[in-house]
Ligand binder design. Sequence first.
Ligand code: SF4
Length: 371
Amino acid sequence: MTAAKIPSLYVHVPFCASICYYCDFFRQVYRKETADAWLNALEYELLHADINEGIETIYIGGGTPSSLSESQLDRLLSLLDPYKNKISEYTVEVNPETVTQAKIDLLLKHGVNRVSIGLQSHDAALLKKLNRNHSFENVSRLVNQFSACGISNISLDLMYSLPTQTMESLQRSTELAVSLNPSHLSLYSLTIEENSVFGKQGVRPLDEDTEADMYEWICSYLTDHGYDHYEISNFARDGKESLHNTRIWEYDDFYGFGCGASGKDEKGRYDHPGTLKQYLADPAARTYTYLSKEERMYETVMMGLRLSRGISRTRFRKMYGIDLTEVYPETIASLCREGMLILTEDRLFCSAHGFELLNTVLVRFMEEADL
Ligand code: SF4
């Protein structure tokens, strides 16, 4: 049996101009020499990987891909040129303080058609507290610059539940974000990770009730303003959902390249070594987490119910040779009775109430899966 085609490719760029105090991603402060060595390793990894034809989405994230110098960005995008013939969505994450017109021209030259910009908040004092070195005006200028150059598929990241953030401040950030007319918005609530600067300083997020109120307010504001709440934390207008991430929520396989990246194939999930030093020593090394059929079925449900349209039963049957309702008969029946899930001939999805209580819904599936 030939392996199914993998449609998506992710590259992780582990460099940022500076480090946000809440961040515990795989990243470090940009240094030209280190980034050159990383590009050499990435080139080796790509050359030795077996990448199928017909990649449909590429996503370059991080870290901050725009923190690379112009020549390094050109090199990175050139390394990916062989895989972009059939591409429908090509996204690069950028931060306002590291984008130049020359970098925008490079993105255009290499076929990038979508950018994701970290706005987080409009509030200068709050951005300073997060150690983010940009203003709302910087983001606004950048959105206009991209639009003027023909990249109008723009996603903005917004954060809520930030220390000292008030409801009024969050509301103003959301209104200003919408005033820029982005095609897509992603929401992130602050989680304090042990290894972040905030974690080490003992900073606490806002209380759970305020966090829930903030989430509810943003969701209703964005849907009132024409955005489809298509995923638990993501909103799109005019059908501009993130194709790349939607593939991942639909539990498709994807390639992951660069230290800090994960990927998924028919065997399971894989990660690259934990440090940049290890990656530079052996860029092709991977650690596999092999997944049983039961684990894969549960992950399909866990990811798929994040989407408002939920899971296709036909697709699930094609993937596993069994109907969803036969794998989780009790959970589906009881959650439907309780008004949290809706089952149709071809789909299983959360009701508005179930979407609000997604974690509870998923725990119920996990209990029946008995993993
Ligand atoms: S949040 Fe993003 S920009 Fe900030 S340090 Fe982390 S990866 Fe870099």
